[in-house]
Design a protein around this ligand. Structure first.
Ligand code: BG6
Length: 486
């Protein structure tokens, strides 16, 4: 695949003085400039409700990037001064957006470059439709170059709201102009999973119901809800993590070989996986919520004690569920998905457990016998693969031990790009492969709407545990155990 070049454009961030811009977008954009993107090709216009001028924005960005680790970088100040601009959108009125349009046209004239624009909406989700409308009214979504719009989840909170949102967007934009970010898709290991599956036939031939016993997808976080209690309480783990990040991992794991490495072909195979998922039954879902944990003098507050969370909240901070994909490849293979906050450690891992040998000649060895083969795909904290198998311990008595072949991404290739860097570059070159399509969001909501509607019990777990015991029971019922990393 030939590397596409970035065409000269303006990158306009709405919500430019917020946390996302400072923590993720500016570092990613600066990193792209370090890799050769010059201001001539990439000028950045910050816009937000805050009154400030370009100089103040440059200083704010400079200080933010210094804090983010570029303190000793000699080019940083020059980059901020040459590539960043700012225009306030006052109260967000139609006139304010006309002023923004004037500012953008003036800048495009001065730069004498094509009228290509990326609009990154780093904004609260409920303001996205109005912002798009304002941009359209100010004729900012029309130009003789290309226009691309980027925004972040949540893409609705159920199938109806997702559909309504997509409808609003499609009034002004074609789907090919819309880039919905799921930052998990920008992680190198997720992309490598496609490479691993479709470039290594030895594994692909094992990727099916005859050989795979079950699959576990775990996204564990050690942090709580931090300062996002008010948002999180309206969302919960199922909407915040499962409907998007975990479902994306599921589809990349389970999809068929696409006809090409094009966004359309890949998206279509992912959608088919979702369409084949059998309705998830209520007994196959466990919801949990963390409670306080006292370690010595340190008190980790429970979810209900977090700022912004009502003290009788029944919002889940943990979900474990079992699903089945009713297609030729996967029928009968359980896929377990699990995510939670305040678990013992940060770990994102996909564990594929293969079937045991059909005739177990070592059965008599009991616990000293061989374990099933496993492939562990780790996305966090380190990225890589481990292929686990049983070997005979030297000498007598005849006993087995589990060992693994490890591949560590960073060890092999050095530091990996941040997912935002990958995703922003893809927006700039117009590659939608790693972005979420309108129909994916709606199909995914269709899967989980019933699960949310049928939610009854929320089981409590002490912060620092691997979720409530009911989650263990869920897998044990099928003769399985949760995998806790290698
Ligand atoms: C976000 C969720 O999408 O992903 C957060 O809203 C969560 O609640 C975060 O903490 C996890 O991302 P990562 O990359 O740290 O695993």
């Amino acid at each position: 695949m030939a590397e596409q070049t970035v065409e000269s454009h303006l990158f306009i961030i709405l919500g430019a003085t917020g946390d996302l811009t400072r923590r993720k977008l500016l570092p990613a954009l600066y990193q792209l400039s370090n890799r050769g993107l010059e201001c001539r090709d990439l000028s950045i216009v910050g816009a937000s409700l805050q009154e400030m001028g370009t100089d103040a924005f440059r200083l704010w960005a400079y200080e933010g990037l210094q804090k983010a680790g570029w303190r000793h970088d000699n080019n940083l100040r020059a980059w901020c001064d040459a590539c960043l601009y700012y225009q306030s959108v006052g109260s967000g009125s139609a006139q304010d957006y006309e002023a923004l349009a004037g500012f953008i046209s003036e800048l495009e004239r001065a730069r004498a470059t094509p009228h290509n624009r990326v609009f990154y909406l780093a904004l609260p989700p409920d303001t996205v439709p109005t912002t798009i409308q304002r941009l359209a009214e100010a004729a900012l979504l029309k130009s003789d170059g290309w226009i691309r719009i980027v925004f972040e989840k949540p893409f609705g909170h159920d199938v109806q709201s997702a559909h309504a949102l997509n409808d609003r967007l499609h009034r002004y934009l074609d789907e090919s102009q819309i880039y919905r970010i799921d930052h998990y898709l920008g992680k190198e290991t997720v992309q490598n999973l496609l490479a691993f599956r479709f470039a290594n036939p030895i594994f692909e031939s094992l990727w099916r119901r005859d050989t795979v016993d079950h699959v576990q997808i775990t996204v564990a976080e050690d942090i709580g809800v931090e300062r996002r209690g008010a948002y999180y309480d309206q969302s919960g783990a199922l909407r915040d993590m499962v409907q998007n990040h975990l479902t994306q991992l599921l589809t990349v794991m389970a999809m068929e070989v696409p006809s090409s490495f094009e966004a359309g072909a890949i998206r279509s195979e992912k959608r088919k996986v979702l369409q084949s998922v059998a309705p998830i039954s209520r007994e196959d879902v466990v919801f949990g919520q963390y409670t306080a944990w006292q370690i010595g003098n340190l008190l980790i507050p429970g979810y209900r004690e977090e700022p912004g969370v009502p003290d009788d909240s029944m919002t889940e901070t943990f979900v474990a569920l079992k699903m089945e994909i009713h297609n030729w490849r996967w029928k009968g293979v359980p896929f377990y998905l699990r995510t939670g906050k305040r678990l013992p450690r940060k770990m994102t891992q996909i564990a594929v457990t293969f079937r045991e040998a059909p005739a177990q000649i070592f059965r008599a060895l009991g616990a000293d016998g061989p374990s099933p083969n496993q492939l562990l795909i780790t996305l966090q904290p380190s990225e890589g693969f481990s292929l686990c198998f049983s070997v005979k311990r030297p000498g007598r008595p005849f006993q087995f031990s589990d060992r693994a072949l490890h591949f560590d991404y960073e060890e092999a290739f050095g530091a990996l790009p941040e997912s935002y860097e990958t995703l922003l570059r893809d927006v700039m070159i117009g590659d939608q492969t790693l972005f979420v399509s309108a129909d994916f969001t709606e199909t995914a909501w269709r899967l989980y709407d019933r699960v949310i509607a049928e939610k009854q019990d929320v089981h409590f777990y002490t912060a620092g545990m691997w979720g409530p015991p009911e989650a263990d029971a869920l897998v044990e019922r099928n003769g399985h155990r949760w995998q806790l990393g290698w």
